[in-house]
Design a protein around this ligand. Structure first.
Ligand SMILES: Cc1cc2nc3c(=O)[nH]c(=O)nc-3n(C[C@H](O)[C@H](O)[C@H](O)COP(=O)(O)OP(=O)(O)OC[C@H]3O[C@@H](n4cnc5c(N)ncnc54)[C@H](O)[C@@H]3O)c2cc1C
Length: 463
C-alpha cells in the first residue's frame, strides 16, 4: 500500500499526529500501525482469582494498543515545561506550552469537559515547601482520571477510525529509506509512505534503538529513575492534593546531595503493577468517579541515575534492580516504613495489623535488600522532609512498594522539527527520549503533523 503518512504507534503521540493531520486535510492517506490491540479489546488477563500475576502476554494490554501506555493511566495532563520532557528545547517554551494547551482543549471537547484544572500559581504551599528545604515545581495539571481518560480515547478513536487506516496487532519490524520514500514493513507486508512518524513509546525502546543503529541515527543514553511508591491515608496529604491534585516536589539530600522527587501522585487512588519487557514494577492511578476512590493516596519517590562510561545503559541498571525485586518477591515488594527503619522485613501479620490497608496485593518483604543504600537513604531522608509539610508521612504504617522504575528511552538525535537526518522521518513522543509524559508526547504529535501539513499545502512543490 502507498500512504502519504505512516504513523508507527497509537499512543498519545501517534493519536494526536493522526488527529491533527485529519482535522486539517482528511484527503491525506494515513496509516496507523500499532503492535497492540484496539482500545475495547485491551484487557489484562490478571483477574486476581484464576490469574494473579503477570503471564507475559505477547503484547501487554496495559502498555500497548490504542491509547498506548497512557490508556489506563490517571490521565494527568501536566501543562508545564518544568517536567514531563524537554520538548521546549527543540521547539521553544512558548510553542510547547501553546501545544499542550491545544491538546488540553481537544481532550475537553472529546469527553473531558468538566474535569478540573489545578495550578501551582499563587499557592501558599510553595512557601511551606521552601521553608522546609523542598522545592515545589510550577505546573497546571488537568486531571482526567482513569475513567474519563478512557472515554476521551474512545471518542478520539470514533473520530479517527473511518478517516485513517488503523492496523492493530501489527508490529512494525523495519523501516527502510528508499529515494525520498520510506518502506515500513512487518509480518511479511511492506508499505510505502512519503512521511513516517515513529511514536513507539517506552515499549518500543529496544526496537527504536535497533532502527537507529541500522539507519545510523545518533542516540545518547538517558537517565533511569528508581525508587518506591508510597501509600498513606489520603487525609495526610489532603491539604496538598485538594489544592494542587499533584504536587511535584524536589528535595536535595543532605548526605549525598542527590535529588529525590515526588512523582505521579494519586489522591484516593490505587497502587498497580506495571509490566515493562516482562519485568514487574509498581505504578499508581486514581479515578475521577468518587465511587471508585479509596481512602489512600499514593505517589512515587524517585532518584535519578545517569551512567556515562564505561557503563552507559542506565535502563539496564534499573531493570537489574527491578529483576532483583521480582526474584525476591515474585513481583512487587511491600514494606511498612516502620519495619524499614527498624531493619526488619514486613510480613503478612505486620501488614494485616497496619492502620493503612494496601490497595495492591504485593509480597511483604524487605526493600533494603533490593534498593542500593544511596537511593534508599535518599528516600528515607525525603520521607522525613515531607513529614514536615504533611505530618504523618513518616508514620510507622506508611506503606512502601518497590520497586518503582521510570525508564527513559535513549535520546534520538532529531532537529528542531523533530525530524531525523532523513527528511520526512520524524521520531516523537517517549520513543524519542524527548518527552516523558502524556501532554508532551501528544504535543510532539501535533507539532510534527503541522510541519508535514506545511509541505502538503505546498503541493505544487512535489508533495
Ligand atoms: C500506568 C501508567 C500511568 C501513567 N500515568 C501518567 C500520567 O498520569 N500522566 C502523564 O503525563 N504520563 C503518564 N504515564 C506516561 C504516559 O503514559 C506516557 O508518557 C505516554 O503514553 C507516552 O506516549 P507515546 O505516544 O510517546 O508512547 P506510548 O503511549 O508508549 O505509545 C506507544 C505505542 O507504540 C506501540 N509500538 C511500540 N513499538 C511498536 C512497533 N514496532 N510497531 C507498532 N507499534 C509499536 C506500542 O504498542 C504503544 O501502543 C503513565 C504511564 C503508565 C504506564
Amino acid at each position: 500500500m502507498k500512504y502519504d503518512v505512516i504513523i508507527v504507534g497509537a499512543g498519545p503521540g501517534g493519536i494526536f499526529s493522526a488527529y491533527e493531520l485529519m482535522k486539517a486535510d482528511p484527503s491525506l492517506k494515513v496509516g496507523v500501525f500499532e503492535a497492540g490491540n484496539e482500545l475495547k479489546k485491551r484487557k489484562c488477563p490478571i483477574d486476581g482469582e484464576k490469574i494473579t500475576s503477570c503471564i507475559h502476554c505477547a503484547s501487554c494490554d496495559i502498555m500497548s494498543g490504542f491509547g498506548g501506555a497512557g490508556a489506563f493511566s490517571d490521565g494527568k495532563y501536566n501543562i508545564t515545561n518544568d517536567f514531563g520532557g524537554t520538548l521546549y528545547k527543540y521547539i521553544g517554551k512558548k510553542q510547547a506550552l501553546d501545544l499542550m494547551e491545544y491538546v488540553d482543549a481537544i481532550n475537553l471537547s472529546y469527553g473531558g469537559e468538566g474535569t478540573k484544572l489545578y495550578s501551582t500559581a499563587n499557592t501558599s504551599i510553595k512557601k511551606l515547601c521552601m521553608q522546609n528545604q523542598l522545592n515545589l515545581l510550577n505546573a497546571s495539571v488537568r486531571h482526567l482520571g482513569t475513567d474519563i481518560n478512557y472515554v476521551v480515547l474512545e471518542n478520539l478513536y470514533e473520530y479517527l477510525k473511518d478517516k485513517v487506516e488503523f492496523r492493530f496487532n501489527y508490529k512494525v519490524e523495519d523501516i527502510e529509506v528508499k529515494e525520498g520514500i520510506y518502506l515500513v514493513s512487518g509480518q511479511d507486508k511492506s508499505d510505502e509512505c512519503r512521511k513516517c512518524i515513529v511514536s513507539v513509546g517506552r515499549t518500543g525502546s529496544r526496537w527504536m534503538e535497533e532502527i537507529c543503529k541500522k539507519l545510523d541515527i545518533a542516540t545518547k543514553s538517558n537517565r533511569v529513575d528508581l525508587g518506591v511508591r508510597v501509600e498513606l491515608p489520603a487525609a495526610i496529604f489532603s491539604h496538598l492534593t485538594d489544592e494542587l491534585y499533584e504536587s511535584k516536589i524536589v528535595y536535595r539530600t543532605e548526605t549525598f546531595e542527590d535529588k529525590v522527587r515526588t512523582f505521579c501522585m494519586n489522591p484516593k487512588g490505587i497502587v498497580v503493577n506495571e509490566n515493562t519487557n516482562g519485568i514487574v514494577t509498581v505504578n499508581g492511578h486514581s479515578y475521577e468517579d468518587p465511587k471508585k476512590q479509596t481512602e489512600n493516596t499514593n505517589f512515587a519517590l524517585l532518584v535519578a541515575k545517569h551512567f556515562s562510561e564505561p557503563f552507559e545503559n542506565s535502563n539496564e541498571y534499573g531493570e537489574s534492580i527491578a529483576r532483583l525485586s521480582n526474584m525476591l518477591g515474585g513481583g512487587v515488594i511491600l514494606q511498612r516504613f516502620g519495619d524499614l527503619i527498624r531493619g526488619r522485613r514486613s510480613n503478612e501479620n505486620r501488614i494485616s495489623e497496619s492502620f493503612v490497608t494496601p490497595t495492591l496485593n504485593a509480597t511483604p518483604g524487605d526493600l533494603s535488600l533490593v534498593l542500593p543504600k544511596r537511593i534508599l537513604d535518599g528516600i528515607i531522608e525525603m520521607i522525613y522532609a515531607l513529614d514536615k509539610i504533611a505530618p504523618g508521612t513518616a508514620n510507622e504504617d506508611t506503606l512502601l512498594y518497590g520497586v518503582e522504575v521510570k525508564f527513559y528511552n535513549m535520546e534520538v538525535q532529531v532537529d528542531p522539527n523533530l525530524e531525523t537526518k532523513y527528511k520526512g522521518l520524524y521520531i516523537i513522543g517517549d520513543g524519542s527520549g524527548v518527552t516523558h509524559s502524556l501532554s508532551h508526547a501528544s504535543a510532539s504529535g501535533v507539532y510534527v503533523s503541522r510541519q508535514i501539513l506545511k509541505e502538503v499545502l505546498d503541493k505544487q512543490k512535489g508533495w
